[in-house]
Ligand binder design. Structure first.
Ligand code: PLP
Length: 403
């Protein structure tokens, strides 16, 4: 069935979601990007590729991830029925591996011999290093000097997995600069290198490709909720850094107009403080990393530094599809502060026995606030996109606990 003006058909052939997205790259990068696009279009409808991907998703990643009814939180909030999509149970502890598995299989088909990636918190770096070890390909991860210091457990994990970490000392020494360096590496190693981007951003086709690989989340949810409740949910909610786990949950349901969607940005110390990572609530359109999208920027267009307690949300931009869904008002964008996220983190540990990552704790914080507006017959699905093992040191520091 084709739906007129389907939101699922985007982007257009030039990579635009409305006025956002596109391909703003140098001439030297263009042939590489076009090659990725051509090969991606080939495998999209290739049953052999799908079979191979499904095989690894099932036997290595551990999909499908369960849909869990969070009974005690539901009871405590006295509002809608709350389900968690448990993508934190994936191998390596977050949704990132869904995308990495897809991209490395594509890289293999293209005969690429060397993989590069950028990482902020290190979750994408770990997932990339993992699939590189799995397929015996060398892996180079660009990471800001600042992030290397504050994410040392993940740096060590990447090294154990055989990856080489390259410290980036330019600019703010964090994720934005790591991505710049990775793009630079790609241009200088044209022939043999594949760049695995970690979120639904970058030049076309990356935003669409990453979203497509993550869409397995929502596809599973549709089946699982029909099984459990015999109907579709009323509300979907997820956190957003670049926006890939949220799109992974939402994409399947974009044309189900009755389903409400909320994406939660990191408000850091508060939107009015200036120290936050809420690109939509606090930014304006500009161009970064090869696409047009909402960005945190100063009056004269300099990219501002983002702040969030959760390193995975600490990015001054957002995937272009979100900018479009924001302006179309298909998805509602809200935010939660560091403090609210920590409270929700503890709440989830205590009530459900699940230690969530700080990123989805932002989504839970908003859900806690709005639950009272939904009646008991409503159904909510929240994406539990990562586990909190990586965050225990941050939490201990925030709560003044010595480990
Ligand atoms: C990387 C990461 C995010 C942010 O990335 P998105 O592309 O917005 O999903 C959120 N949660 C976790 C657990 C992450 O590792």
């Amino acid at each position: 069935m084709t739906i007129k003006n389907s939101l699922k058909q985007l982007p257009n052939e030039k990579g635009y979601f409305g006025s956002f997205g596109g391909r703003y790259v140098s001439e030297t990068l263009m042939p590489l990007i076009l090659e990725v696009e051509k090969e991606y279009n080939k495998i999209k409808n290739d049953n052999n590729f799908k079979k191979e991907l499904d095989h690894y998703m099932k036997t290595y990643v551990g999909r499908p991830s369960p849909l869990f009814f969070a009974k005690r939180i539901t009871k405590d909030l006295n509002g809608p029925k709350i389900y968690f999509k448990r993508d934190e149970l994936n191998h390596t502890g977050a949704h990132k591996i869904n995308n990495c598995m897809g991209q490395i299989l594509l890289a293999k088909r293209m005969g690429k011999k060397r993989i590069i990636a950028e990482t902020g918190a290190g979750q994408h770096g770990v997932a990339t290093a993992t699939v590189c070890a799995l397929f015996g390909l060398p892996c180079i991860v660009y990471m800001g000097e600042k992030d290397i210091k504050r994410q040392s457990p993940n740096v060590f994990r990447m090294k154990l997995l055989g990856a080489e970490i390259r410290s980036v000392t330019t600019g703010s020494k964090s994720l934005k600069d790591a991505m710049n360096e990775a793009l630079r590496d790609w241009v200088t190693n044209v022939k043999d290198t594949f760049y695995i981007i970690g979120t639904a951003a970058g030049p076309h086709p990356y935003p669409a490709m990453v979203r497509d690989f993550q869409s397995v989340i929502g596809e599973e949810v549709r089946e699982q909720i029909l099984d459990a409740e015999n109907r579709l949910p009323d509300l979907l909610i997820a956190c957003i850094g670049g926006g890939s786990n949220a799109l992974g949950l939402f994409h399947e349901f974009l044309d189900d107009k009755q389903i409400e969607m909320i994406a939660v940005e990191a408000a850091g110390h508060g939107l009015e403080s200036g120290a936050h990572a809420a690109s939509l609530s606090g930014g304006k359109p500009g161009i970064l990393h090869g696409n047009k999208t909402y960005l945190l920027q100063s009056q004269d267009g300099q990219i501002d530094e983002a702040h969030s307690i959760s390193a995975g949300l600490d990015y001054p931009g957002i995937g272009p599809e979100h900018s479009y869904l924001f302006e179309q008002k298909r998805v509602q964008y809200m935010s939660a502060t560091d403090k609210e996220a920590i409270e929700a983190f503890q709440y989830c540990c205590n009530l459900e026995g699940i230690i969530p990552a700080l990123e989805p704790s932002h989504a839970l914080a908003v859900l806690k606030k709005i639950a009272k507006h939904y009646s008991k017959d409503k159904i909510v699905v929240m994406n539990m996109c990562g586990r909190g093992d990586k965050d225990i040191f941050t939490i201990a520091e925030e709560l003044n606990i010595k480990l």
